[in-house]
Design a binder for this molecule. Sequence first.
Ligand code: NPW
Ligand code: K
Length: 673
Amino acid sequence: MNVYVSDITLAVASFPLIALAITLPYLVYQYRKAGSVPWLRTFAVYSFAFYLLCAYFLVLLPLPADRSVVVPYAQTPQLVPFSFVREFLAETTFSLGDPATWLPTLRDPYVYEAVFNVLLLVPLGMYLRYYFRRTWRQTLLIGFLVTLSFETTQLTGLWGLYEHPYRLFDVDDLILNTLGAMVGFWAVGPALRVLPDIRLVALEAREAGVRASATRRALSFAIDLSLACAAAVLLGALNIAISTGSFPGGKWFGSGWLARASFAFFFGIVPIAFRGRTFGQMLLKLRIVRPNADPVRWYQILARYGLLFLFAWAPFEIAFGVGMLDVFAEGRFGWSAPLPSMEGASTTWVWLAFMALWIATLVVRAVRAKLRGAPFVMLNGVLSNTRVMTEAGVALMRKQRTVLDVDEVRALEGLIAQDGTPLSELMERAGRAVAEEVRAWVPDPAPVVVLAGAGNNGGDGWVCARALAEEGYPVTLVAPDIAERMKVEPARSTALAVFADAARNALPLRVLVAPDADVLEGALEGARAVVDAILGTGFSGEEVREPSASWIRAANRRRFEGARRAGRGRHRKRACERGDHERRGDRSLLPKAHGAPFAVAVDVPSGLSAQSGRAARPCFFADLTVTMLAFKPGLSSPAARACGTIRLASLVDIGPHLKRLRGEQDGQTRSAE
Ligand SMILES: NC(=O)C1=CN([C@@H]2O[C@H](COP(=O)(O)OP(=O)(O)OC[C@H]3O[C@@H](n4cnc5c(N)ncnc54)[C@H](OP(=O)(O)O)[C@@H]3O)[C@@H](O)[C@H]2O)[C@@H](O)CC1
Ligand SMILES: [K+]
């Protein structure tokens, strides 16, 4: 048993490594899921694993020296709640009326043990609130369960490792530990204002994950390279084993060819067989495609890696390949050794020049990619007309290729309605899709503001408001007029139906009709999410008319300035008034004020023309835009950074309808000719 005790030092010293081992699978998982590694999250996971390890060991230590040891005081569980208070009062000199006894009491074991028991789970409460975004009730429950696991581990003597409990199962520990989790939960509250929102970090990572970063590509290449080298070495060893003696004076004969064969397998046959993916790329969810995300042909893969071989490896092949023969034949070695002795010296120089040129193009392309924020493409990629993209990027690009003009979307809606799915049903699905995104972001019911315009975009907003209210979210819907006076169908009937539903089922939905600026600001202040359903594809013009313009400004102010009451972010306010956020072009997600609500745009941010991509003044700034049916041309303009991340809500399978639409369009063109 002494072994166990002495192992403790080792265990404690190895905690950082164990925590790392726990974090690594998370890293791979994160790379596969989101395509990039947000360091803040990784650090949070690492430190959490580390903390739990430490907490558990603090609870379990010190271990008794013997399996069968009986620790008398630990044998009967202490089941009377708050007995530590009674003991404390009985055993210490503490007296409330005598301040002289206060300080010594603090140093009393009764006190510091209790304090330690509280402190132990404070970090857990913090993690649960900040990282895992749990409510106080969930934190209470989880804190209690974790504590219970501590206590039962003690009660069962480390789950049977010891024959008797060696530490006391104490109900007071349960109470104090759980209290600690709650203290952590409350203590982290103020810090939430300063810490970046962990979900925004994840959203940014997902954005970044669509692009195949240089690290990710290098990692996948390194995996393939290691595989190919390992296979070459194995084959070489096998070759030697088989051929020793049979090729006098040349036992390395042929190993160069084996290496080439192994490289050809991993960089040629595998990606051809797996339709554009090497093993490394499969692991990291990358894929070789054409620049427009179409699948590659087999000869393009051969060209891609053949050229890479020519540019990057052939010079070494020639220099060292010949060199190797020289080394073994003549016992010389070194970079320069083979050159003079080589028949093809001039060829080598040509290749070296080639390689230098290639490296130069790499540098130029890397710098250009950095400056323009464009993906980095190597010369062999350009020549073979291939690119490496992430699976997510490929899917997105293929989806985005079906870009429909606003008129086409309208015509498509008509065809879909003819085939039996009326516009009101599409509106229902659209509104619910938006509500889903809000719920994904704000999982527990919290105030939401829906800004709903007078058109069908507003109709989507009404549906979304109902869907959220049905889930218990207190929703404030802001409308320019009462539903009866709306003119556009099916928005009008939808709004009326929602209104009636809300009254009948006593949903937590309140409607503000044409509110004053102050009332609107008040509503936005407490909101955890804002849904922009003011203007959709029906918007046009250079200026947004009132009242839509004031609503957009109010929402943007809330986003960039923070809450008004706190008087925080003075410089941010000025920057916002100058319209800085409308000029910044280099970031997809603009810096938000802390605590600003999650902003979702329905179909297209209000003020952005879905057709031309021009942003009017003002233009709503969203974290996420849920666009309906298909991508519109305006969503890829530079001004479309106001969209944040773009999600497509398909609503229906548009394939057959689109075919019909294209058929009709072709017919019209022909008859016009
Ligand atoms: N695609 C789909 O599958 C589905 C699409 N659906 C949804 O329908 C949306 C399209 O609806 P839509 O055609 O009714 O137009 P919409 O965007 O509400 O705008 C009209 C309002 O804008 C106003 N307005 C115009 N210019 C303005 C200005 N400069 N400044 C201020 N206001 C201005 C205009 O005012 P008015 O000119 O009438 O005074 C009118 O009130 C679409 O985006 C999608 O969300 C779903 O419901 C179903 C599935
Ligand atoms: K909108």
